[in-house]
Write a protein of this length. Structure first.
Length: 150
């Protein structure tokens, strides 16, 4: 049995939402699967990805082959880089501590880039609102938490 890591479509028409699953290669796209390892929502800006990286890494070690889109998601989330580092540990190229340090540095740099992209997107939205409506949208003030005083 050949296992694939692939997307399983959910959601309604023109509003896609995907589950990232490990499934038998012969099973239909939205059919039976072995295990759900995450979700992917391309409708948000930027796309929302929730992934259990430990499960994904475990399935990759067992020989599961990701589809092109899932491979891109795994690369984006750093799972493939972590697998690369762990293979280096197994071969004796470096120690586990060095691999963990490299992975943490990689993820910190990646998170910084993501936050920069989110800020740029927010700025574009703000500029668009100013151009169209003449003013920036107001952010709603957070509700003060109700304290229970008896």
């Amino acid at each position: 049995m050949s296992v694939r890591l692939r997307l399983q479509r959910r959601g309604r028409r023109r509003k896609p939402f995907y589950h990232i699953v490990a499934a038998d290669q012969r099973a239909p796209r939205d059919g039976k699967f072995i295990e759900k390892i995450g979700t992917y929502n391309p409708m948000t800006s930027p796309a929302t990805i929730e992934l259990d990286s430990e499960k994904a890494l475990d399935w990759l070690d067992k020989g599961a082959q990701p589809t092109d889109t899932v491979r891109a998601i795994l690369r984006f989330k750093g799972v493939l880089y972590r697998r690369h580092l762990l293979r280096g540990v197994q071969k004796g190229a470096h120690s586990q501590e060095v691999a963990d340090q490299k992975y943490e540095e990689f993820m910190a740099a990646k998170e910084e880039k993501i936050q920069t992209r989110i800020a740029a997107t927010e700025q574009q939205k703000r500029d668009y609102h100013i151009k169209v409506f003449g003013k920036a949208p107001e952010k709603p003030a957070p509700e003060p938490e109700a304290s229970e005083e008896e």
